[in-house]
Write a protein that binds this ligand. Structure first.
Ligand SMILES: [Zn+2]
Length: 73
């Protein structure tokens, strides 16, 4: 179960250079910000990844509270 979460990647898009960096869900849970290669500080906003989280949740039957953990409502 946790392996599936680890393997699920979410794209973080930089508002400065437009660069996209893939991070897995576990990483996003552990971080609330990220510094792009260009030096721009990106705030990791779980609300933006709601769609992806919903998909993950539907895949992982029985995983409850993932959205809550992200603070997504
Ligand atoms: Zn950037």
């Amino acid at each position: 179960m946790t392996d599936i979460i680890d393997d699920t990647q979410i794209e973080l898009e930089c508002g400065n250079c437009g660069g996209k960096t893939k991070k897995n869900v576990r990483w996003i849970m552990d971080h609330d910000k990220f510094i792009c290669e260009c030096g721009n500080l990106i705030h990791v906003d779980p609300g933006k990844y709601r769609k992806e989280l919903t998909k993950i949740e539907s895949k992982l039957d029985g995983v409850q509270g993932l959205m809550e953990k992200f603070g997504v409502k």
